[in-house]
Design a protein around this ligand. Structure first.
Ligand code: FES
Ligand code: FES
Length: 161
C-alpha cells in the first residue's frame, strides 16, 4: 500500500492505496465522490473526466499515486460553496443538455476546461473539444447549446433539437 495525499475540491485527502489504484476508483470508492462515473474500460467515454492541477483528464487513465500532491476538482466541487450552481450546470439544466445524466459530470468538467481556455467558443470548437466525451442519449445538440449558453452566447440561432 502507498500513502497518497492530494487536495480534492479544496479539502486535503489522504488514503493508503494499492499502487495500481486508478484515480477514478480512488475518488469514487476511497473518497466517496461518486459523481465521477466509469462508463467504459477503454478510455473512450469521458464519463470520468476531472480536473487535475487545472487540466481536464480522464481519471481512468491516471493512477492515484500519480496525483500525489495534486489539486483535484470533481463535479462535486464545481458549484460555489453556498450551493450556487456553476453556469454550465445551470445551462445544462436550462437547455436540456442531459437525459439519463450518466455522461453529464464528464461533459461538464470537459466543457469547463474549454471555457477556461476559450471563454466564447464557436459551435465547432465545442464539438471538437467534446469529442472525447460520449453521450448515448442526447444526440449532443443540446449539450453544445448548453456549453455555448454558459459562455454567454446567444443560442437562439442554433436550431432546436
Ligand atoms: Fe474513463 Fe470511460 S471511464 S474514459
Ligand atoms: Fe445519458 Fe448522456 S445523458 S449518456
Amino acid at each position: 500500500m502507498t500513502h497518497v495525499s492530494m487536495t480534492v475540491n479544496g479539502k486535503p485527502v489522504t488514503r493508503d492505496v494499492e499502487a495500481r489504484r486508478l484515480l477514478v476508483d480512488y475518488l469514487r470508492q476511497d473518497v466517496g465522490l461518486t459523481g465521477t462515473h466509469v462508463g467504459c474500460d477503454t478510455s473512450q467515454c469521458g464519463a470520468c473526466v476531472v480536473h487535475v492541477n487545472g487540466m481536464a483528464i480522464k481519471a481512468c487513465t491516471m493512477l492515484a499515486v500519480e496525483a500525489e500532491g495534486a489539486e483535484v476538482l470533481t463535479i462535486e466541487g464545481l458549484a460555489e460553496p453556498d450551493g450556487t450552481l456553476h453556469p454550465l450546470q445551470e445551462a445544462f439544466n436550462a437547455h436540456h443538455g442531459l437525459q439519463c445524466g450518466f455522461c453529464t459530470a464528464g461533459m461538464i468538467m470537459s466543457a469547463a476546461s474549454l471555457l477556461e481556455a476559450n471563454p466564447a467558443p464557436t459551435e465547432s470548437e465545442v464539438r471538437h473539444h467534446l469529442e472525447g466525451n460520449i453521450c448515448r442519449c442526447t444526440g449532443y445538440h443540446n449539450i453544445v447549446k448548453a456549453v455555448m449558453a454558459a459562455s454567454g452566447q446567444d443560442v437562439a440561432a442554433l436550431a432546436a433539437e
